[in-house]
Design a protein around this ligand. Structure first.
Ligand SMILES: [Zn+2]
Ligand SMILES: [Zn+2]
Length: 505
């Protein structure tokens, strides 16, 4: 059983629960339903809906008010919707992550077996403090309470409540002083704890990942099945001819650059040579708090589009389209877009960034020779390093708005920059209640499975393995690895010489 646990909900669900739990500063209790979202190493309970009590179902105040009748009715409703049960209560007057008092523990333990008996899923306990921070635990039969590592509320900003014991606030280092001064210590400690996955290690993904590392993010994932090739080198800044010769995977090369540029005291870098379209790649993606979509292929973008709603993980997406004259004689223009895909914002299909017919073609492997104009700095279509950095900048700015909310404003909605006139426009795209993707909010593991076998990814990995067995590549890699190890040693020496100290916590 996966022991890392988390809870996620939309800002609307948070507001509804907060109104019920902390009304007039009274402690109150409510039941709600959730769907599981199962990643490779983390289980998340996605809050679906509040089940308001019927007359006579709540007695006194606080947890003591809970009655077996309310629990049985809510659990039966949960079961009918393939959900588990949530027992939520308020802690008026309290701040931050809450310990679980003996009384809370007793109440939750008392109903845990009944809830699991009816729904087949563990009871989830939630506590809301006055400052709107949540605390959560999963109650598995025969295991007891597993305290969550965080609780995420997804709205125009991503608000995360942290369990400091499981995910301690990163120590701020002297080399980060200018960054910390930009948004303050508190925001920095929150931002750098959020696990961020970059899917697609092309030109845009590289820039995004390196800058997240320089910002001090402590947990970064990189996912790409592709190999560095010579025609990537004009945009993959930092990759060299040696990498193309030695058939390095893109995640190896970008991972090396991320490591070199990281400012965190310790960086947890997780690289994966899977596609997010493969079931194991998708499961790995569900372990993260935020995902950058830096892929150019429609299938991968369709998978991430679904994850944003069904699994409540905000996806920062965008792309660049360079429009060259077909006679090869000049550039007509270029456009880059950026948007956060999440409940409350249009999905990629609704904002015109995903052609569903192309998804089918991509899955069938029919897209390999076709140019995909709405690409994202990958190998399809025209693109130049001088402009792809603007696409990366657009994505990162959306991420900062989502995370830091400068001036109290969260993500700005879909944006489009038109190079010919140098204008930044808000794209007039809206959510559609009838959209089949946007209707899957918090569907979790029961969402329509878009992942499957990915032959192109298999083929690229197999070609890389074959190249790795040749003498040419083996000798070259041995020399290259030695140089990188020597450089890493030198960096260690430099660190000691600079006496990089930790700023007192
Ligand atoms: Zn309590
Ligand atoms: Zn949509």
């Amino acid at each position: 059983m996966t022991q890392r646990t988390s809870v996620a909900m939309t800002a609307d669900t948070h507001d509804a629960l907060a109104r019920a739990l902390l009304l007039d500063g009274r402690e109150d209790v409510r039941l709600a339903t959730y769907r599981p979202s199962t990643g490779a190493t983390r289980r998340t309970a996605l809050v679906r809906r509040l089940v308001p009590p019927e007359p006579g179902e709540l007695g006194f105040r606080g947890n003591a008010a809970l009655t077996g009748r309310y629990v049985r009715r809510a659990a039966t409703l949960a079961w009918a919707d393939s959900c588990g049960l949530i027992l939520a209560h308020g802690h008026p007057g309290e701040q931050g992550w809450q310990g679980v008092s003996g009384a809370d523990r007793e109440t939750e333990a008392a109903y845990a077996d009944l809830a699991q008996e009816i729904t087949g899923l563990p009871l989830v306990g939630l506590t809301l403090a006055s400052d709107q921070s949540w605390t959560a635990r999963h109650w598995d039969r025969d295991v007891g309470a597993t305290v969550a590592e965080n609780v995420r509320v997804v709205g125009d900003r991503l608000v995360v409540s942290w369990n400091d014991d499981l995910v301690p606030p990163p120590r701020t280092r002297r080399g980060q002083a200018r960054t910390v001064a930009s948004w303050g210590e508190r925001t920095h400690r929150d931002l750098t704890r959020r696990a961020v996955l970059v899917v697609g290690a092309g030109s845009v993904g590289l820039d995004v990942a390196v800058r997240l590392a320089a910002t001090g993010v402590t947990r970064i994932g990189l996912m790409d099945f592709d190999t560095v090739e010579e025609h990537n080198l004009d945009r993959l800044v930092g990759a060299t001819r040696v990498d193309a010769w030695l058939r390095r995977s893109k995640v190896d090369v970008v991972g090396r650059l991320v490591d070199l540029n990281a400012t965190a005291a310790s960086l947890r870098l997780e690289t994966s040579e899977l596609s997010v379209c493969e079931p194991a790649g998708l499961a790995a993606a569900l372990d993260f708090d935020v995902i950058f979509s830096c892929v150019d292929r429609p299938w991968a973008r369709a998978v991430l589009n679904s994850v944003a709603y069904a699994h409540l993980i905000p996806v920062v997406d965008g792309g660049i389209g360079v429009d060259a004259f077909s006679d090869g004689n000049g550039m007509r223009g270029a456009t880059w877009r950026s948007h956060v895909v999440r409940p409350g914002r249009p999905c990629l299909a609704c904002n015109g960034q995903l052609n569903l017919a192309a998804v089918t073609a991509d899955r069938a492997g029919d897209l390999d020779d076709q140019r995909y104009i709405a690409g994202n700095g990958g190998d399809q279509g025209e693109n130049v390093a001088a402009l792809s950095v603007s696409a990366a900048a657009g994505l990162l700015a959306q991420y900062v708005s989502l995370t830091v909310a400068p001036g109290g404003l969260g993500d700005p909605g879909p944006l489009r920059y038109v190079l010919s006139t140098h204008t930044l426009e808000h794209v007039p795209a809206h959510t559609r209640p009838a959209c089949p993707v946007e209707a899957t909010i918090a569907d979790g593991d029961l969402a329509l499975a878009l992942a499957g076998a990915h032959h192109a990814a298999d083929h690229r990995r197999a070609a890389r393995r074959a190249a790795e067995r040749t003498w040419d590549v083996r000798l070259g890699r041995a020399a290259d690895d030695l140089l990188h190890r020597l450089h890493a040693r030198l960096l260690g020496v430099a660190e000691r010489r600079l006496r990089v100290g930790e700023v007192a916590a």
